[in-house]
Design a protein around this ligand. Structure first.
Ligand code: GRG
Length: 307
């Protein structure tokens, strides 16, 4: 992900990254059981060069809590599948109408709109198929409910609805200041999937309710800091590095941290939020130093990320 990690954390991250991609590849090799065009479009989307942040967080959290990595892999694949579906649908002309994602043509530009909608639908189903593979089987129901809630109407999809509603002037469900509205959208649209990625790692490892709660607290602050720095990248980032069109927030007059608070205050808030995330992480007892360091390093990295 970046060159500022210590060599041992970087090695660990690289190894997990490769294992995640092998698992995603295997999960989308249909051997003729799925229409060829759909298989091609699913793999184009899912295996494209993203950061794999959410599945990495699942695996770090799992190891932090003493879990077995291969047992957590279906949950890691599931969160990346939901994330990838949400990006494909977000890029559609009816939503953000984007031509580039992860440095490549968006799915509907490379294929067509109908195929892109079906890729999103298929990835969502596949995510829950992955959860169904968790062992022991009594984990399946709990993880399924947790992931469905985070990706459903009150969180991911609800956040996207509010975002679309604000942009298209449909009105918002309750009275709120622009800042409250923005934070609500970010918590739902970005925060919930990051939060659930961490909690699933803990749940699969059999972590105590207190530690799952602390992982959630780390995740919510991480998610908020991720969004603040994402907004800052839209202002200050390099399009080639980020791999998508930038300066959209200002163009579309979207609610964002820099537009509402200015750049310096947004940077200060990002730092404060990362500190809160790290304070939650510090409270989780663990013997697994590399996983701990990987989580802490990813939180600190948000403050210097360039993509
Ligand atoms: C369509 C239901 C539905 C939801 C879409 C994810 C999303 C909600 C919209 C994407 C728009 C956006 C810029 C959100 C802010 C932060 C975010 C989720 C960025 C993309 O995540 P990264 O940077 O992407 O982890 P990669 O490509 O590295 O996986």
């Amino acid at each position: 992900m970046n060159s500022t990690f210590s060599p041992s954390v970087q090695d660990y991250v690289d190894r997990l990254f490769r294992e995640i991609d092998i698992a995603l590849d295997a999960a989308t090799t249909f051997d003729g059981r799925c229409p060829k065009r759909l298989e091609e479009a699913i793999r184009y989307t899912l295996l494209s060069p993203g950061k794999r942040l959410r599945p990495l967080l699942t695996l770090f959290a799992n190891e932090l809590c003493g879990g077995n990595r291969m047992e957590a892999m279906p949950a890691a694949c599931a969160v990346e599948m939901i994330h990838a579906y949400s990006l494909v649908h977000d890029d559609l002309p009816a939503m953000d109408d984007d031509d580039f994602r992860r440095g490549r043509l968006t799915c509907h530009k490379k294929f067509d709109e109908a195929t892109a909608i079906l890729v999103g639908d298929a990835l969502q189903s596949l995510a829950f198929e992955m959860i169904g593979r968790l062992t022991p089987p009594d984990l399946v129901g709990r993880c399924c409910a947790v992931l469905a809630e985070a990706s459903g109407p009150c969180w991911l999809v609800g956040g996207q609805m509010d975002d679309v509603a604000t942009e298209k002037g449909f009105g918002f469900s309750r009275t709120a200041t622009p800042r409250e509205l923005m934070e609500m959208i970010h918590r739902r649209k970005t925060g919930a999937m990051i939060d659930v990625s961490l909690r699933l790692g803990g749940i699969v490892a059999g972590a105590s309710p207190e530690n799952v709660q602390l992982l959630g607290e780390f995740g919510r602050n991480f998610g908020l800091a991720f969004q603040i720095t994402d907004d800052l990248l839209d202002y200050l980032g390099d399009e080639e590095l980020v791999g998508k069109r930038l300066h959209k927030d200002a163009e579309k007059k979207k609610l964002s941290y820099p537009t509402l608070l200015g750049i310096e205050e947004s940077q200060r808030q990002a730092k404060e939020t990362v500190d809160k995330a790290c304070a939650a992480l510090d409270q989780i007892p663990t013997e697994h130093r590399t996983a701990f360091e990987a989580l802490a390093a990813h939180a600190q990295y948000l403050l210097v990320r360039r993509k």
